[in-house]
Design a protein around this ligand. Sequence first.
Ligand SMILES: NC(=O)c1ccc[n+]([C@@H]2O[C@H](COP(=O)([O-])OP(=O)(O)OC[C@H]3O[C@@H](n4cnc5c(N)ncnc54)[C@H](O)[C@@H]3O)[C@@H](O)[C@H]2O)c1
Length: 440
Amino acid sequence: MRVGIIGLGYVGLTLAIVAADSGIDVYGIEINPHIRECLENNRAHFFEPGLDELIARHNGKRFHFGEQFPQDIPFDLFIITVGTPLRTGEKLPNFDYIKSALDALQSVYAGSELVILRSTVSVGTTRNVVLPYLSNLCGKLEEELLIGMCPERTVEGKAVEELRTLPQIISGNNGQALAAGRNFFERITPNIVPVSSLEEAELVKLYCNTYRDMAFAIGNAFCLAAQSFGVDGVSAIRNANQGYIRSNIALPGFVAGPCLEKDAYILTFNLPDCPSKDLILRCRKLNESLEDAVVQWVRQRLGPPAPGKVVVLSGMAFKGRPETSDLRGSSSVRIGEKLSKLGYILRLHDYVVHPQDLAALQIGDVYAELSRACEGASLLLILNNHKKYEMLQNELSQLETTADFAVLDVWGVCDRENCIPGMEITTIGNLRMERIGGAS
Ligand SMILES: NC(=O)c1ccc[n+]([C@@H]2O[C@H](COP(=O)([O-])OP(=O)(O)OC[C@H]3O[C@@H](n4cnc5c(N)ncnc54)[C@H](O)[C@@H]3O)[C@@H](O)[C@H]2O)c1
């Protein structure tokens, strides 16, 4: 089986390599020269456990890549895995990359191969945008073509493992397309979930992410409510869940990253006005509001920016567990940008993100060691839940802090019982109480 993949980002590259590892011949195309350069050196352009070893094993054998598809090879199917970000400055989906991916097929697509859309799109995009586009490309009727929508649902940091274990949602515009899609994914995983239509597959993907978004919004809403009563929000949620099987309330925190920041907007983009649309968007906005709450806390705490007031931002990747180097859609980055715009002096640190990528943000000096970053600083903001923050006392054991040094541990990860004596640590559970001058 010969498969062409358009886009070798997180989704395309992990799928390409796991497919190659399952005995499939894969040709991937990628327009970004940096990504191709990394692949020439047998590595991915991002951190993903186990991926580089597999790239080295299959590169030039079952896995091939380039800027364009070779013209002399017959393909059985193509998979589109390009990004579907929101339009800059707007909350509207941008499917320009999908159109450019379809253009990339022009010279190799005969109209008989299955084309699978794997990118996350609004409901109806596969049938109403991709299918007519393909029909135009090859000059065949839409009914003659084979198209599938098979969304990606892996979590960054565990993609290699999950591609082989997660149920794969399969759909097709007819029985033949469905069977061809099934035939491909069954080579990778035994877990196949065929769904009734292209639209159902699009919806399933959007439900999975929006469900998470809304579930986290409940945790954030309850946390805020607790603080209005002068109660620590994290503590109230922990105790509500403690040993009580009917409560599984999410702990409060940022809800971000390249998927969760946009998928609720993609779901509601063409959903007619109705109570569910309103509820979905309110949850998204509540989650987004946490970033401003942190910025406000810093302003309240430090007062206006001044030369001696240094803020350390640690945990710049959008999450710490599983570990990732991904800065896209990260609340930490947006908070950094806002604080930098306000004039605060920032220092940046992350356990996984490459220092060059942190420097490219151009919002602060980059430090490899957390304790060095904190020397002489006024505030440390711990912005993701990386495991190393649990043992903050080890990380900062050599640190001589200033008298007013304080820590905001957004996720409540560090072990406060065993932390450095006298070090003041605030979590998101009492952030707002501090703002209104209450207990913390
Ligand atoms: N990142 C995730 O873990 C994840 C998980 C599930 C679903 N998704 C969805 O999958 C899609 C892809 O996400 P991603 O994170 O891999 O995006 P990405 O931006 O990392 O990867 C897309 C790649 O496609 C390349 N590209 C764009 N146009 C191209 C063209 N015409 N020809 C060749 N290459 C082209 C880009 O340069 C980029 O490297 C999105 O819709 C996303 O929402 C992502």
